[in-house]
Design a protein around this ligand. Structure first.
Ligand SMILES: Cc1cc2nc3c(=O)[nH]c(=O)nc-3n(C[C@H](O)[C@H](O)[C@H](O)COP(=O)(O)OP(=O)(O)OC[C@H]3O[C@@H](n4cnc5c(N)ncnc54)[C@H](O)[C@@H]3O)c2cc1C
Length: 452
Protein backbone atom coordinates (compact mmCIF):
# COMPACT_ATOMS: atom_id res chain seq x y z
CA UNK A 1 0.00 0.00 0.00
CA UNK A 2 1.20 3.54 -0.74
CA UNK A 3 -0.27 6.89 0.23
CA UNK A 4 -2.02 7.01 -3.17
CA UNK A 5 -2.80 3.39 -4.03
CA UNK A 6 -3.87 0.13 -2.43
CA UNK A 7 -3.19 -3.27 -3.98
CA UNK A 8 -6.14 -5.39 -5.07
CA UNK A 9 -5.42 -9.06 -4.57
CA UNK A 10 -5.96 -11.28 -7.60
CA UNK A 11 -9.04 -13.45 -7.16
CA UNK A 12 -11.37 -15.80 -9.02
CA UNK A 13 -14.74 -14.22 -9.82
CA UNK A 14 -17.79 -16.50 -9.84
CA UNK A 15 -19.65 -16.67 -13.16
CA UNK A 16 -23.15 -15.45 -12.39
CA UNK A 17 -24.69 -16.15 -15.81
CA UNK A 18 -23.99 -16.95 -19.45
CA UNK A 19 -25.73 -15.37 -22.42
CA UNK A 20 -25.41 -15.35 -26.18
CA UNK A 21 -26.00 -11.60 -26.24
CA UNK A 22 -25.33 -9.43 -23.19
CA UNK A 23 -26.54 -5.82 -23.24
CA UNK A 24 -24.93 -3.52 -20.68
CA UNK A 25 -27.10 -0.47 -19.93
CA UNK A 26 -30.89 -0.53 -19.97
CA UNK A 27 -31.70 2.89 -21.48
CA UNK A 28 -33.67 3.36 -24.72
CA UNK A 29 -30.80 1.96 -26.79
CA UNK A 30 -30.16 -0.92 -24.40
CA UNK A 31 -33.68 -2.22 -24.00
CA UNK A 32 -34.28 -1.87 -27.77
CA UNK A 33 -31.09 -3.88 -28.39
CA UNK A 34 -32.10 -6.59 -25.92
CA UNK A 35 -35.57 -6.85 -27.41
CA UNK A 36 -34.22 -7.11 -30.96
CA UNK A 37 -31.56 -9.68 -30.04
CA UNK A 38 -34.01 -11.91 -28.18
CA UNK A 39 -36.62 -11.72 -30.92
CA UNK A 40 -33.96 -12.71 -33.43
CA UNK A 41 -33.24 -15.90 -31.54
CA UNK A 42 -30.42 -15.04 -29.12
CA UNK A 43 -30.44 -15.98 -25.43
CA UNK A 44 -30.23 -12.40 -24.16
CA UNK A 45 -29.42 -10.79 -20.84
CA UNK A 46 -29.56 -7.09 -19.98
CA UNK A 47 -27.68 -5.59 -17.04
CA UNK A 48 -28.57 -2.19 -15.59
CA UNK A 49 -27.16 -0.25 -12.62
CA UNK A 50 -30.51 1.36 -11.70
CA UNK A 51 -33.55 -0.37 -10.27
CA UNK A 52 -35.47 0.25 -13.52
CA UNK A 53 -35.01 0.42 -17.28
CA UNK A 54 -35.34 3.48 -19.50
CA UNK A 55 -32.13 5.44 -18.75
CA UNK A 56 -32.61 9.12 -19.60
CA UNK A 57 -36.30 8.63 -20.43
CA UNK A 58 -37.07 7.46 -16.89
CA UNK A 59 -34.19 8.25 -14.51
CA UNK A 60 -33.31 11.44 -16.39
CA UNK A 61 -36.96 12.57 -16.80
CA UNK A 62 -36.39 13.26 -20.51
CA UNK A 63 -39.97 12.46 -21.33
CA UNK A 64 -40.60 13.61 -24.86
CA UNK A 65 -40.43 11.90 -28.22
CA UNK A 66 -39.86 14.29 -31.10
CA UNK A 67 -39.33 13.98 -34.81
CA UNK A 68 -40.76 10.57 -35.38
CA UNK A 69 -44.42 11.13 -36.15
CA UNK A 70 -46.01 10.80 -39.56
CA UNK A 71 -45.78 14.59 -39.95
CA UNK A 72 -42.03 14.24 -40.52
CA UNK A 73 -40.86 14.49 -44.11
CA UNK A 74 -38.96 11.23 -43.96
CA UNK A 75 -40.01 8.14 -42.12
CA UNK A 76 -36.89 8.21 -39.98
CA UNK A 77 -37.49 5.26 -37.62
CA UNK A 78 -39.50 2.06 -37.60
CA UNK A 79 -39.97 -1.24 -35.82
CA UNK A 80 -39.31 -1.31 -32.08
CA UNK A 81 -39.54 2.46 -31.43
CA UNK A 82 -43.12 2.65 -32.75
CA UNK A 83 -44.05 -0.59 -31.03
CA UNK A 84 -42.83 0.80 -27.70
CA UNK A 85 -44.62 4.13 -28.17
CA UNK A 86 -47.86 2.34 -29.11
CA UNK A 87 -47.60 0.24 -25.96
CA UNK A 88 -46.94 3.35 -23.85
CA UNK A 89 -50.00 5.02 -25.35
CA UNK A 90 -52.24 1.98 -24.88
CA UNK A 91 -51.10 1.85 -21.24
CA UNK A 92 -52.24 5.47 -20.84
CA UNK A 93 -48.70 6.85 -20.60
CA UNK A 94 -48.46 8.94 -23.76
CA UNK A 95 -49.81 12.44 -24.34
CA UNK A 96 -49.93 13.88 -27.87
CA UNK A 97 -51.18 17.19 -29.32
CA UNK A 98 -54.84 17.22 -30.44
CA UNK A 99 -54.91 15.49 -33.84
CA UNK A 100 -56.72 18.45 -35.44
CA UNK A 101 -53.80 20.76 -34.57
CA UNK A 102 -51.01 18.38 -35.70
CA UNK A 103 -49.34 19.72 -38.83
CA UNK A 104 -50.82 23.20 -38.38
CA UNK A 105 -48.48 26.11 -39.14
CA UNK A 106 -50.75 28.67 -37.52
CA UNK A 107 -48.74 30.74 -35.03
CA UNK A 108 -51.00 30.05 -32.05
CA UNK A 109 -51.01 26.34 -32.82
CA UNK A 110 -47.23 26.30 -33.16
CA UNK A 111 -46.86 27.80 -29.68
CA UNK A 112 -49.19 25.13 -28.36
CA UNK A 113 -47.09 22.50 -30.20
CA UNK A 114 -43.99 23.64 -28.33
CA UNK A 115 -45.55 22.32 -25.11
CA UNK A 116 -44.91 18.84 -26.50
CA UNK A 117 -41.50 19.01 -28.11
CA UNK A 118 -38.08 20.51 -28.56
CA UNK A 119 -38.26 19.39 -32.19
CA UNK A 120 -39.68 21.00 -35.31
CA UNK A 121 -40.93 24.53 -34.69
CA UNK A 122 -42.48 25.25 -38.10
CA UNK A 123 -45.63 23.19 -37.43
CA UNK A 124 -47.33 21.32 -34.60
CA UNK A 125 -45.38 18.05 -34.52
CA UNK A 126 -46.85 14.66 -33.83
CA UNK A 127 -44.69 14.42 -30.71
CA UNK A 128 -45.43 12.46 -27.55
CA UNK A 129 -44.84 13.11 -23.86
CA UNK A 130 -44.20 9.93 -21.88
CA UNK A 131 -45.11 9.10 -18.33
CA UNK A 132 -41.75 7.75 -17.09
CA UNK A 133 -43.45 5.28 -14.74
CA UNK A 134 -45.32 3.76 -17.69
CA UNK A 135 -42.09 3.60 -19.73
CA UNK A 136 -40.46 1.52 -16.97
CA UNK A 137 -43.30 -1.01 -16.90
CA UNK A 138 -43.70 -1.18 -20.69
CA UNK A 139 -39.97 -1.82 -21.17
CA UNK A 140 -39.90 -4.51 -18.49
CA UNK A 141 -43.03 -6.19 -19.85
CA UNK A 142 -41.83 -6.22 -23.45
CA UNK A 143 -38.45 -7.67 -22.49
CA UNK A 144 -40.06 -10.34 -20.33
CA UNK A 145 -42.43 -11.27 -23.17
CA UNK A 146 -39.41 -11.67 -25.46
CA UNK A 147 -37.65 -13.90 -22.91
CA UNK A 148 -34.85 -11.46 -22.01
CA UNK A 149 -33.26 -11.99 -18.60
CA UNK A 150 -33.24 -8.64 -16.79
CA UNK A 151 -30.67 -7.89 -14.07
CA UNK A 152 -31.24 -4.60 -12.25
CA UNK A 153 -29.11 -2.99 -9.51
CA UNK A 154 -25.95 -4.36 -11.16
CA UNK A 155 -23.12 -1.95 -11.85
CA UNK A 156 -20.80 -2.89 -14.76
CA UNK A 157 -17.23 -2.85 -13.41
CA UNK A 158 -14.87 -4.32 -15.99
CA UNK A 159 -14.65 -6.12 -19.29
CA UNK A 160 -13.14 -9.56 -19.72
CA UNK A 161 -10.97 -9.51 -22.82
CA UNK A 162 -8.90 -12.37 -24.25
CA UNK A 163 -6.73 -11.97 -27.34
CA UNK A 164 -8.61 -8.87 -28.46
CA UNK A 165 -12.04 -10.49 -28.03
CA UNK A 166 -14.51 -9.31 -25.37
CA UNK A 167 -15.69 -12.47 -23.62
CA UNK A 168 -17.97 -10.93 -21.03
CA UNK A 169 -18.09 -8.47 -18.17
CA UNK A 170 -17.66 -8.21 -14.44
CA UNK A 171 -20.13 -6.29 -12.36
CA UNK A 172 -20.80 -5.34 -8.74
CA UNK A 173 -24.00 -6.39 -7.04
CA UNK A 174 -25.27 -7.20 -3.54
CA UNK A 175 -23.50 -10.57 -3.70
CA UNK A 176 -20.15 -8.88 -4.49
CA UNK A 177 -18.23 -8.96 -7.77
CA UNK A 178 -19.63 -11.38 -10.34
CA UNK A 179 -19.02 -12.22 -14.02
CA UNK A 180 -21.22 -12.84 -17.05
CA UNK A 181 -19.85 -14.55 -20.15
CA UNK A 182 -21.34 -13.80 -23.56
CA UNK A 183 -20.75 -14.40 -27.26
CA UNK A 184 -21.44 -10.74 -28.04
CA UNK A 185 -21.58 -7.78 -25.64
CA UNK A 186 -23.44 -4.59 -26.56
CA UNK A 187 -22.27 -1.42 -24.81
CA UNK A 188 -25.42 0.68 -24.30
CA UNK A 189 -24.19 2.54 -21.21
CA UNK A 190 -24.41 5.95 -22.90
CA UNK A 191 -20.94 6.77 -21.55
CA UNK A 192 -19.21 3.84 -23.30
CA UNK A 193 -18.10 2.35 -19.98
CA UNK A 194 -17.66 -1.12 -21.50
CA UNK A 195 -15.59 -0.19 -24.53
CA UNK A 196 -13.47 2.15 -22.41
CA UNK A 197 -12.67 -0.61 -19.90
CA UNK A 198 -12.16 -3.12 -22.72
CA UNK A 199 -9.42 -0.93 -24.19
CA UNK A 200 -11.16 0.37 -27.33
CA UNK A 201 -10.19 3.79 -28.72
CA UNK A 202 -12.66 6.57 -28.09
CA UNK A 203 -13.10 10.35 -28.05
CA UNK A 204 -14.60 12.35 -25.16
CA UNK A 205 -16.46 15.67 -25.23
CA UNK A 206 -19.23 16.93 -22.99
CA UNK A 207 -22.40 18.99 -23.38
CA UNK A 208 -24.52 20.72 -20.74
CA UNK A 209 -25.71 18.65 -17.80
CA UNK A 210 -29.27 18.92 -16.53
CA UNK A 211 -31.27 17.78 -13.52
CA UNK A 212 -34.84 17.74 -14.82
CA UNK A 213 -37.69 17.88 -12.35
CA UNK A 214 -41.41 17.35 -12.33
CA UNK A 215 -43.86 19.69 -10.74
CA UNK A 216 -47.39 18.88 -9.63
CA UNK A 217 -50.44 20.98 -8.92
CA UNK A 218 -49.93 23.32 -11.83
CA UNK A 219 -53.10 24.93 -13.13
CA UNK A 220 -52.69 24.14 -16.79
CA UNK A 221 -55.97 25.80 -17.71
CA UNK A 222 -54.47 29.10 -16.52
CA UNK A 223 -51.38 28.51 -18.65
CA UNK A 224 -53.33 27.47 -21.75
CA UNK A 225 -55.51 30.54 -21.25
CA UNK A 226 -52.40 32.74 -21.20
CA UNK A 227 -51.03 30.91 -24.23
CA UNK A 228 -54.26 31.72 -26.06
CA UNK A 229 -54.65 35.37 -25.04
CA UNK A 230 -51.23 36.68 -24.00
CA UNK A 231 -48.54 34.47 -25.52
CA UNK A 232 -46.01 37.35 -25.58
CA UNK A 233 -46.14 37.58 -21.79
CA UNK A 234 -45.58 33.85 -21.49
CA UNK A 235 -42.56 34.06 -23.76
CA UNK A 236 -41.24 37.08 -21.86
CA UNK A 237 -41.54 35.13 -18.60
CA UNK A 238 -39.53 32.23 -19.92
CA UNK A 239 -36.93 34.60 -21.30
CA UNK A 240 -36.71 36.01 -17.77
CA UNK A 241 -36.37 32.52 -16.26
CA UNK A 242 -33.55 31.70 -18.66
CA UNK A 243 -31.80 34.99 -17.90
CA UNK A 244 -32.14 34.82 -14.12
CA UNK A 245 -31.16 31.19 -13.79
CA UNK A 246 -28.53 31.13 -16.51
CA UNK A 247 -30.24 28.45 -18.55
CA UNK A 248 -29.69 27.74 -22.20
CA UNK A 249 -33.08 26.11 -22.70
CA UNK A 250 -35.24 26.69 -19.60
CA UNK A 251 -38.49 25.25 -20.80
CA UNK A 252 -41.42 23.28 -19.57
CA UNK A 253 -43.53 20.61 -21.08
CA UNK A 254 -46.96 19.32 -20.47
CA UNK A 255 -46.52 16.12 -18.57
CA UNK A 256 -48.42 13.01 -19.18
CA UNK A 257 -51.45 13.51 -16.97
CA UNK A 258 -53.36 16.73 -17.38
CA UNK A 259 -55.46 15.81 -14.33
CA UNK A 260 -52.46 16.05 -12.02
CA UNK A 261 -50.96 18.87 -14.07
CA UNK A 262 -47.34 17.93 -13.93
CA UNK A 263 -44.69 19.79 -15.86
CA UNK A 264 -41.17 18.97 -16.81
CA UNK A 265 -38.73 21.80 -16.50
CA UNK A 266 -35.49 21.39 -18.29
CA UNK A 267 -32.82 23.33 -16.42
CA UNK A 268 -29.74 23.19 -18.57
CA UNK A 269 -26.67 24.72 -17.10
CA UNK A 270 -22.98 24.32 -17.53
CA UNK A 271 -20.96 21.71 -19.28
CA UNK A 272 -19.50 19.33 -16.72
CA UNK A 273 -17.31 16.25 -16.86
CA UNK A 274 -19.89 13.54 -16.28
CA UNK A 275 -17.10 10.98 -15.90
CA UNK A 276 -15.84 12.74 -12.75
CA UNK A 277 -17.56 11.52 -9.59
CA UNK A 278 -16.86 14.63 -7.51
CA UNK A 279 -18.13 16.92 -10.25
CA UNK A 280 -21.25 14.78 -10.71
CA UNK A 281 -21.96 14.93 -6.99
CA UNK A 282 -21.41 18.68 -6.74
CA UNK A 283 -23.61 19.32 -9.77
CA UNK A 284 -26.48 17.14 -8.51
CA UNK A 285 -26.50 19.01 -5.21
CA UNK A 286 -26.23 22.47 -6.79
CA UNK A 287 -28.90 21.77 -9.38
CA UNK A 288 -31.43 20.39 -6.94
CA UNK A 289 -31.09 23.57 -4.86
CA UNK A 290 -31.34 25.71 -7.99
CA UNK A 291 -34.47 23.85 -9.09
CA UNK A 292 -36.16 24.96 -5.84
CA UNK A 293 -35.11 28.56 -6.43
CA UNK A 294 -36.53 28.32 -9.94
CA UNK A 295 -39.78 26.82 -8.66
CA UNK A 296 -40.13 29.59 -6.08
CA UNK A 297 -39.68 32.20 -8.81
CA UNK A 298 -42.35 30.51 -10.93
CA UNK A 299 -44.72 30.33 -7.94
CA UNK A 300 -44.36 34.08 -7.49
CA UNK A 301 -44.37 35.13 -11.14
CA UNK A 302 -46.16 32.69 -13.42
CA UNK A 303 -49.95 32.30 -13.36
CA UNK A 304 -50.77 28.62 -12.94
CA UNK A 305 -47.72 27.84 -10.77
CA UNK A 306 -48.95 29.49 -7.55
CA UNK A 307 -49.49 26.16 -5.73
CA UNK A 308 -47.02 24.02 -7.60
CA UNK A 309 -44.53 21.78 -5.84
CA UNK A 310 -41.71 19.47 -6.94
CA UNK A 311 -42.77 15.84 -6.89
CA UNK A 312 -39.56 14.40 -8.30
CA UNK A 313 -36.13 15.54 -9.36
CA UNK A 314 -34.38 13.27 -11.83
CA UNK A 315 -32.40 10.53 -10.05
CA UNK A 316 -29.86 10.61 -12.90
CA UNK A 317 -28.04 13.74 -14.04
CA UNK A 318 -29.05 14.39 -17.62
CA UNK A 319 -26.01 13.96 -19.79
CA UNK A 320 -26.00 14.65 -23.52
CA UNK A 321 -22.47 13.64 -24.52
CA UNK A 322 -19.40 11.91 -23.13
CA UNK A 323 -17.37 9.06 -24.67
CA UNK A 324 -17.84 8.20 -28.32
CA UNK A 325 -16.41 4.99 -29.76
CA UNK A 326 -13.70 5.14 -32.44
CA UNK A 327 -15.35 2.61 -34.70
CA UNK A 328 -14.58 1.13 -38.08
CA UNK A 329 -16.24 4.29 -39.44
CA UNK A 330 -16.79 7.68 -37.82
CA UNK A 331 -19.95 9.45 -38.99
CA UNK A 332 -19.22 13.14 -39.68
CA UNK A 333 -21.02 16.30 -40.74
CA UNK A 334 -19.54 16.30 -44.24
CA UNK A 335 -21.15 12.91 -44.89
CA UNK A 336 -24.40 14.14 -43.45
CA UNK A 337 -24.68 17.34 -45.47
CA UNK A 338 -23.51 15.52 -48.61
CA UNK A 339 -26.41 13.08 -48.00
CA UNK A 340 -23.90 10.27 -48.20
CA UNK A 341 -25.32 6.80 -48.64
CA UNK A 342 -23.61 3.71 -47.19
CA UNK A 343 -23.98 0.14 -48.45
CA UNK A 344 -23.90 -0.99 -44.83
CA UNK A 345 -26.37 1.59 -43.50
CA UNK A 346 -28.51 0.23 -40.66
CA UNK A 347 -30.48 3.30 -39.52
CA UNK A 348 -31.32 6.91 -40.23
CA UNK A 349 -30.56 9.76 -37.86
CA UNK A 350 -31.89 13.30 -37.93
CA UNK A 351 -31.30 16.65 -36.32
CA UNK A 352 -34.22 18.99 -36.64
CA UNK A 353 -32.60 22.04 -35.09
CA UNK A 354 -29.78 21.92 -37.64
CA UNK A 355 -32.20 21.76 -40.52
CA UNK A 356 -30.71 23.85 -43.25
CA UNK A 357 -27.75 23.20 -45.45
CA UNK A 358 -26.68 25.17 -48.50
CA UNK A 359 -25.45 21.96 -50.05
CA UNK A 360 -28.88 20.35 -49.84
CA UNK A 361 -30.53 19.92 -53.24
CA UNK A 362 -33.46 22.34 -53.58
CA UNK A 363 -35.97 19.56 -54.11
CA UNK A 364 -35.14 18.00 -50.71
CA UNK A 365 -37.31 18.59 -47.66
CA UNK A 366 -35.49 20.94 -45.27
CA UNK A 367 -34.66 18.23 -42.74
CA UNK A 368 -31.24 16.66 -43.04
CA UNK A 369 -31.46 12.95 -42.46
CA UNK A 370 -28.29 10.89 -42.15
CA UNK A 371 -27.55 7.29 -43.03
CA UNK A 372 -25.53 5.53 -40.32
CA UNK A 373 -23.34 2.56 -41.31
CA UNK A 374 -23.08 -0.57 -39.18
CA UNK A 375 -19.34 0.15 -38.94
CA UNK A 376 -20.15 3.02 -36.52
CA UNK A 377 -21.26 0.37 -34.00
CA UNK A 378 -18.13 -1.80 -34.33
CA UNK A 379 -14.89 -0.96 -32.45
CA UNK A 380 -11.74 -0.57 -34.50
CA UNK A 381 -9.52 -2.93 -32.58
CA UNK A 382 -11.76 -5.27 -30.58
CA UNK A 383 -14.02 -8.20 -31.39
CA UNK A 384 -17.05 -9.54 -29.55
CA UNK A 385 -18.37 -6.02 -28.92
CA UNK A 386 -20.90 -3.58 -30.43
CA UNK A 387 -21.95 -0.11 -29.27
CA UNK A 388 -25.47 1.31 -29.33
CA UNK A 389 -27.03 4.63 -28.37
CA UNK A 390 -25.32 7.97 -27.94
CA UNK A 391 -21.82 6.46 -27.62
CA UNK A 392 -21.54 5.12 -31.19
CA UNK A 393 -18.76 6.26 -33.50
CA UNK A 394 -19.34 9.81 -34.77
CA UNK A 395 -17.82 13.25 -34.49
CA UNK A 396 -19.05 15.62 -31.78
CA UNK A 397 -21.08 17.54 -34.41
CA UNK A 398 -22.55 14.41 -35.96
CA UNK A 399 -23.63 13.25 -32.49
CA UNK A 400 -26.60 15.61 -32.86
CA UNK A 401 -27.96 13.32 -35.60
CA UNK A 402 -27.89 10.10 -33.60
CA UNK A 403 -28.41 10.96 -29.93
CA UNK A 404 -32.14 11.68 -29.75
CA UNK A 405 -34.43 9.04 -28.32
CA UNK A 406 -35.91 7.69 -31.61
CA UNK A 407 -32.41 7.29 -33.05
CA UNK A 408 -30.74 5.64 -30.06
CA UNK A 409 -33.62 3.15 -30.22
CA UNK A 410 -32.79 2.58 -33.90
CA UNK A 411 -29.11 1.94 -33.19
CA UNK A 412 -30.13 -0.38 -30.34
CA UNK A 413 -32.48 -2.28 -32.63
CA UNK A 414 -29.78 -2.67 -35.29
CA UNK A 415 -27.13 -3.67 -32.74
CA UNK A 416 -29.45 -6.32 -31.27
CA UNK A 417 -30.21 -7.81 -34.68
CA UNK A 418 -26.53 -7.74 -35.69
CA UNK A 419 -25.48 -9.40 -32.41
CA UNK A 420 -28.05 -12.18 -32.82
CA UNK A 421 -26.83 -12.68 -36.40
CA UNK A 422 -23.23 -12.97 -35.14
CA UNK A 423 -24.30 -15.75 -32.77
CA UNK A 424 -26.20 -17.63 -35.49
CA UNK A 425 -23.38 -17.37 -38.03
CA UNK A 426 -20.53 -17.73 -35.48
CA UNK A 427 -18.83 -14.53 -36.63
CA UNK A 428 -17.57 -11.36 -34.98
CA UNK A 429 -19.52 -8.11 -35.49
CA UNK A 430 -16.99 -6.81 -38.06
CA UNK A 431 -17.69 -9.89 -40.23
CA UNK A 432 -21.47 -10.03 -39.92
CA UNK A 433 -23.38 -10.22 -43.20
CA UNK A 434 -24.96 -6.76 -43.19
CA UNK A 435 -27.46 -7.73 -45.91
CA UNK A 436 -29.03 -10.14 -43.42
CA UNK A 437 -29.23 -7.39 -40.80
CA UNK A 438 -30.80 -5.06 -43.38
CA UNK A 439 -33.30 -7.76 -44.42
CA UNK A 440 -34.37 -8.12 -40.78
CA UNK A 441 -34.71 -4.32 -40.46
CA UNK A 442 -36.74 -4.24 -43.69
CA UNK A 443 -39.08 -6.87 -42.30
CA UNK A 444 -39.69 -4.58 -39.30
CA UNK A 445 -40.31 -1.54 -41.49
CA UNK A 446 -37.21 0.18 -40.09
CA UNK A 447 -35.72 2.55 -42.70
CA UNK A 448 -31.96 2.66 -43.25
CA UNK A 449 -31.55 4.30 -46.68
CA UNK A 450 -32.71 7.79 -47.58
CA UNK A 451 -35.52 7.76 -50.11
CA UNK A 452 -34.03 8.29 -53.59
C1 LIG B 1 -31.53 17.10 -20.38
C2 LIG B 1 -31.68 16.32 -21.65
C3 LIG B 1 -32.69 16.65 -22.53
C4 LIG B 1 -32.85 15.93 -23.69
N1 LIG B 1 -33.89 16.23 -24.52
C5 LIG B 1 -34.22 15.39 -25.52
C6 LIG B 1 -35.40 15.58 -26.28
O1 LIG B 1 -36.12 16.55 -26.07
N2 LIG B 1 -35.70 14.68 -27.25
C7 LIG B 1 -34.90 13.60 -27.51
O2 LIG B 1 -35.24 12.77 -28.35
N3 LIG B 1 -33.74 13.41 -26.82
C8 LIG B 1 -33.40 14.27 -25.84
N4 LIG B 1 -32.24 14.08 -25.13
C9 LIG B 1 -31.29 13.03 -25.56
C10 LIG B 1 -31.70 11.63 -25.15
O3 LIG B 1 -32.46 11.63 -23.97
C11 LIG B 1 -30.47 10.73 -24.92
O4 LIG B 1 -29.46 10.98 -25.87
C12 LIG B 1 -30.86 9.27 -25.05
O5 LIG B 1 -31.95 9.00 -24.19
C13 LIG B 1 -29.67 8.40 -24.71
O6 LIG B 1 -30.07 7.05 -24.73
P1 LIG B 1 -29.02 5.88 -24.42
O7 LIG B 1 -29.82 4.63 -24.32
O8 LIG B 1 -27.90 5.95 -25.38
O9 LIG B 1 -28.40 6.28 -22.99
P2 LIG B 1 -29.11 6.35 -21.57
O10 LIG B 1 -30.56 6.65 -21.69
O11 LIG B 1 -28.27 7.26 -20.76
O12 LIG B 1 -28.98 4.86 -21.03
C14 LIG B 1 -27.79 4.33 -20.52
C15 LIG B 1 -28.13 3.29 -19.48
O13 LIG B 1 -26.95 2.63 -19.08
C16 LIG B 1 -26.93 2.54 -17.66
N5 LIG B 1 -25.54 2.49 -17.25
C17 LIG B 1 -24.61 3.44 -17.42
N6 LIG B 1 -23.43 3.05 -16.89
C18 LIG B 1 -23.64 1.83 -16.39
C19 LIG B 1 -22.81 0.90 -15.69
N7 LIG B 1 -21.52 1.18 -15.43
N8 LIG B 1 -23.35 -0.29 -15.31
C20 LIG B 1 -24.65 -0.57 -15.56
N9 LIG B 1 -25.50 0.27 -16.21
C21 LIG B 1 -24.98 1.45 -16.61
C22 LIG B 1 -27.64 3.80 -17.19
O14 LIG B 1 -28.11 3.67 -15.88
C23 LIG B 1 -28.74 3.93 -18.23
O15 LIG B 1 -29.91 3.22 -17.87
C24 LIG B 1 -32.01 14.83 -23.98
C25 LIG B 1 -30.97 14.51 -23.10
C26 LIG B 1 -30.81 15.24 -21.94
C27 LIG B 1 -29.74 14.85 -20.99
Amino acid sequence: MTADTVPEPSREIPVFARAEVLVVGGGSAGYSAALAAARHGAATLILERCAYLGGMTTGGLVTNRDYAGPDCPYKAVGGIPFEVWDRIEVAGGGLRPCPERVGSKDEKDRRYGQLFTTGPKDHVPDAMIFDPEVVKVVAETMLQEAGVTILLNCWFADATVEDGVVKGVMFECKEGRRAILADVVIDATGDGDVFARAGADFEVEFKEATVNFRVANVDWDAILEQLEHDPEELERMWGEVRRRFNLRHGQWRLANRRGISNVNTNTDEKTINVLDTRELTRTAIEMRAKNYRLLNFLRESQPGFENAFIVESAPMIGCRASRRLKGLYQLNEDDIFALKSFDDSIMLGACFYRQQSESLPADRPPYVVAEVPLRCLVPEGLDGLLAAGRCISCTFEALNWIRDIPFVMSSGQAAGIAAARCVQDSVHPRDVDVTKVQAALDALGAPFHMPR
